[in-house]
Design a protein around this ligand. Structure first.
Ligand code: BGC
Length: 382
């Protein structure tokens, strides 16, 4: 219930569209703990026995007739979850909440296996093969490379296993293929264009007078990007700057580097940029909060002060970032609702297991976070 109540409070104070859940999903009543580490996540039994699925015999497509049996007892059903990389802060929140919520819905913890792709598509593909060989009832996959989705979909569909993609959206043509073929495959995630737009608005809302520190009529910024193959990184990069332009503000890009969603890489990038461009940098855009935390370390080491002589925004609403927004060390962030996304992914998986259909795209809203609502969001995510 906690989340629902706070969502309503946020809705009252937010200009932006509120995240009260993804698409058709319902479950808002789970609370979340901080990431509990990796202890619950066993690897599927290794990659060595990666046989190609030989037809559909071990995993028949659920039919209406299976409904009672499947829906009656989720505790017997096996769920395979592939995460692109366990060390990613945001995906740690996501997978922890996903597992808790699946258990709340009736799955047995012993039947949920979560695999770390270690940011390597070959490793993850081996894990998917193992899950198929193991006859899981449903797969939830956060692909290492979205461009591998076609291959992944083919082998999972061939094995007759329903599939829920999360967080890294496959290309439009791939999603269309699921629909055209009527496959039990869906994607759950937020539209990254919205998060980019919110980042730009966080800066534009401060006003040109405040942000244009050198008074040259332009906003000089640097961009720190996530993995460039990821649509979230592409859209956030594009739409944050577009929002400034749409607000009538002139911009100048001083640097644009790939930090791969990583705090340490971002710290290095921003330290170098500050060394090169010094006080000319007025705004630092980071595609996620992990990188914004790295940027903040570099900003502080350079003796600069966020809110006074530089502005900094991220995405995700990690607890540490929210605390920084509250204390003024970050200008703002954007809440990437891992509750709504993980619950929607689990709800979609449950529908598939019960032999029901899902939409092919299940969306979710981001929430703009400033010092005005950061405490409320922090109370919700903690
Ligand atoms: C999050 C990033 C995360 C990435 C992983 C994004 O939506 O904002 O923090 O690293 O997903 O794919």
């Amino acid at each position: 219930m906690k989340k629902k109540v706070i969502s309503v409070m946020l809705a009252a104070t937010m200009v932006a569209a509120m995240a009260v859940g993804c698409g058709s999903s319902g479950g808002d009543d789970a609370t979340s703990d901080q990431p509990a580490g990796d202890e619950q996540t066993e690897e599927p039994s290794g990659d060595e026995q990666t046989e190609e699925p030989e037809g559909d015999e071990q995993t028949e497509e659920p039919t209406e007739g299976d409904d009672a049996a499947a829906g009656g007892d989720l505790a017997d059903k096996k769920v395979g979850v592939c995460i692109y990389q366990f060390s990613d802060n945001f995906m740690t929140l996501f997978r922890t909440e996903l597992e808790n919520y699946l258990v709340e819905q009736g799955f047995s913890k012993d039947n949920i296996t979560i695999a770390d792709g270690a940011n390597d598509q070959a490793t993850q593909s081996g894990q998917i093969d193992s899950f198929i060989a193991d006859g899981v009832d449903v797969l939830i996959i956060n692909p290492v490379n979205s461009s591998s989705a076609e291959t992944i979909t083919d082998k999972v569909v061939d094995a007759g296993i329903p599939l829920v993609y999360i967080n890294r959206e496959p290309e439009e043509a791939e999603e269309k293929r699921w629909e055209d073929n009527g496959w039990d495959v869906t994607y759950v995630g937020c539209d990254a264009r919205q998060s980019g737009t919110f980042q730009g608005e966080l800066i534009a809302d401060l006003g040109m007078d405040k942000v244009d520190l050198n008074g040259d009529g332009k906003i000089q910024y640097i961009m720190v990007q996530g993995d460039p193959e990821n649509i979230d990184a592409q859209y956030r990069t594009e739409f944050s700057v577009k929002a400034l332009a749409d607000a009538g503000l002139e911009v100048e890009e001083l640097d644009n580097q790939v930090g791969n969603w990583q705090q340490d890489q971002a710290q290095q990038i921003v330290a170098n940029a500050l060394g090169q461009h010094g006080n000319d940098i007025e705004v630092v855009f980071c595609n996620n909060d992990a990188m914004a935390l790295g940027a903040l370390q570099a900003i502080e080491s350079a003796g600069r002060t966020v809110g006074t002589d530089i502005f900094l925004v991220g995405v995700d609403a990690l607890s540490e970032a929210l605390e920084n927004v509250i204390s003024g060390k970050m200008t703002g962030t954007v809440f990437n609702d891992h509750f709504a996304q993980s619950h929607s992914a689990a709800d979609a998986a449950i529908k598939f297991v019960k032999g029901e259909k899902n939409d092919y795209y299940i969306g979710c809203d981001y929430v703009k976070v400033t010092a005005d609502n950061a405490q409320e969001v922090l109370d919700m995510v903690k």
